[in-house]
Ligand binder design. Structure first.
Ligand SMILES: [Zn+2]
Length: 203
């Protein structure tokens, strides 16, 4: 103990940092400059490209195809097989449908698709054309109340058919299960093994 004290003797370990106002001000200025430069850089990152205006989707968003299904999820599985919604454009997984919709409507995703978030301002001509298209569609489809009823009816029938198939599947599964649980025992083999059925125990 005394020795270690001796080693330290003669060494000036009383140094303390002294607050040098000028020095720290200078450092702060330098840091601010650096940050400002960094910001400017990140803003003009990459070549400036004119991204296309926002376009409406030409596909249906599938939110329900995996609804009610069971899936084994392992952390080492590829992203597309993880729990949640996978965006193949951005190669990311979002946890639920609401967030998935937010994602595919969001800035990052649209940018990856080469679109800016700006919607094109439609001209009068475009609006008129659109009206024409919709009018024509209405004429050819002849959308009316009877059609509406028919469509509802069709949907109901489809729904019932789906339910019926589901029930049948369930029944089949149950059958298979009971068959597995109660294998038929050949009476001869049972007798050979010494248990001639539970009802007729020999004495
Ligand atoms: Zn995306």
């Amino acid at each position: 103990m005394a020795q270690s004290g001796n080693v330290a003797a003669g060494v000036d370990n009383t140094f303390r940092k002294k607050f040098d106002r000028e020095e720290y001000l200078q450092r702060a200025r330098e840091r601010e400059d650096k940050e400002a430069q960094g910001k400017a850089k990140s803003k003009s990152r990459g070549p400036i490209v004119q991204r296309k205006p926002l376009k409406h989707r030409d596909y249906e968003v599938d939110l329900e195809s995996r609804l009610g299904k069971t899936q084994v999820v392992t952390p080492i599985a590829p992203l597309s097989q993880q729990a949640g919604y996978f965006c193949s454009v951005c190669e990311c997984v979002v946890k639920d449908s609401a967030n998935y919709l937010d994602h595919i409507n969001g800035k990052k995703h649209q940018r990856a698709l080469g679109m800016s978030m700006r919607a094109e301002r439609a001209t009068l001509e475009q609006v008129q054309q659109r009206f024409e298209v919709l009018k024509k569609r209405k004429d050819t489809e002849g959308f009316s109340e009877t059609d509406f009823d028919e469509r509802i009816l069709k949907q109901q029938q489809e729904e019932e058919e789906r339910k019926r198939l589901k029930k049948e599947k369930k029944k089949e599964k149950k059958k298979e299960k009971t068959a597995e649980e109660e294998p038929e025992i050949d009476p001869d083999i049972a007798a050979m093994m010494g248990f001639g059925g539970f009802g007729s125990s020999k004495k």
